[in-house]
Design a protein around this ligand. Structure first.
Ligand SMILES: Nc1ncnc2c1ncn2[C@@H]1O[C@H](COP(=O)(O)OP(=O)(O)OP(=O)(O)O)[C@@H](O)[C@H]1O
Ligand SMILES: [Mg+2]
Length: 295
């Protein structure tokens, strides 16, 4: 069965999308089969991997984006997945094994206009459709916005593991704290919809520091985060082996460049060669691989 992991922090702009896209690419390069589900209405991951020329038609028509499984409800996740999404300049397959469930700006309607059936919340509809295809993957990853509204709920309800990208600052720590509170409440609200086959409700398993500037000592923010994590662990509000990743990701211009080029940093070739940040993402991927959730 696929490992299902949501990347989320209540703090925006910490690098959730950068981490998930680049880590997914590293895992795909290791031969893993990855489905990346974009649950952020900003569509950053979708625009990044599809580039504007392939994403614009989806956004304009709404056809092919994840919202169409909810309203009008004619599509299923399995029909919307873009296989081997990353293409090279000649339109060839640049990264076999990385598939995308794209989103478009209309996902915002899930939060307001969507009424649906109160007995079948959006997250139940989504989880059932992921269950149909999860045997096709080693990892199913959910890029979430910095909240636990309906779109995020789809990823969190379906996932068993949560990783929290963070910057070494007080606001990330606040975002983490808020996340733990909101997560507990969501698990209570959604408990009656869970089936035994889904495994444990998503638990916070790790915190990943991102965008660390050269010369910046992260020991103090790391210690503060560790103290907070210890408190939550003692209260059984995270996984019992939740940890701050040993791997962290440096701040590097090439990470921002990669978005403009529509490629994960591992595929930038010469431009990223010798840049340590590529190794950083590989280490993050490796640490995820080495830490499957306890049975
Ligand atoms: N390691 C890094 N080095 C340099 N720039 C980075 C790094 N990580 C992220 N960034 C840049 O920081 C900005 C925010 O990153 P990103 O979009 O991944 O954050 P996010 O947490 O997904 O944001 P949101 O909450 O809006 O979804 C982007 O411009 C991204 O390119
Ligand atoms: Mg994002």
């Amino acid at each position: 069965m696929a490992r299902k992991i949501a990347f989320i922090n209540y703090k925006g702009g910490v690098g959730k999308t950068s981490l998930i896209v680049n880590t997914a690419a590293c895992l795909a390069r290791l031969g893993k089969r990855i489905l990346l589900c974009d649950f952020d209405t900003q569509s950053n991951a979708s625009i990044w991997l599809l580039k504007l020329d392939r994403w614009n038609p989806i956004n304009t028509s709404g056809e092919g984006a994840v919202f169409s499984i909810f309203e009008p409800g004619h599509h299923r996740v399995k029909d919307l997945i873009i296989k081997d999404v990353v293409l090279d300049k000649a339109g060839g397959n640049a990264l076999p094994g990385l598939d995308l469930l794209p989103t478009s700006f209309n996902l915002v309607d899930l939060e307001s206009e969507y009424t649906g059936d109160p007995h079948r919340p959006a997250y139940v509809i989504f989880q059932e459709q992921i269950a149909e295809i999860e045997n096709d993957y080693d990892f199913i990853l959910f890029d979430c916005p910095p909240n636990i509204l309906r779109a995020s709920q789809c990823g969190i309800f379906t996932a068993n593991e949560i990783y929290v990208p963070s910057n070494p600052d007080a606001l990330s720590l606040i975002g983490f704290t808020l996340l733990v509170e909101k997560l507990g409440r969501f698990h209570q609200l959604s408990a009656s919809f869970r089936k035994a086959s889904m495994g444990v409700p998503a638990q916070i398993c790790g915190i990943i520091f991102n965008a660390i500037k050269t010369g910046v000592d992260i020991e103090v923010p790391r210690m503060r985060m560790q103290l907070r994590l210890n408190q939550f662990k003692a209260a059984k509000r995270t996984a019992k082996d939740a940890h701050i990743f040993t791997a962290f990701v440096r701040d590097a211009m090439v990470v921002r460049r990669a978005v403009a080029l529509g490629l994960p940093v591992t595929l930038l070739g010469q431009e990223a060669e010798g840049d340590n940040v590529v190794r950083d993402f590989e280490r993050v991927a490796d640490e995820i691989l080495r830490n499957p959730p306890a049975p």
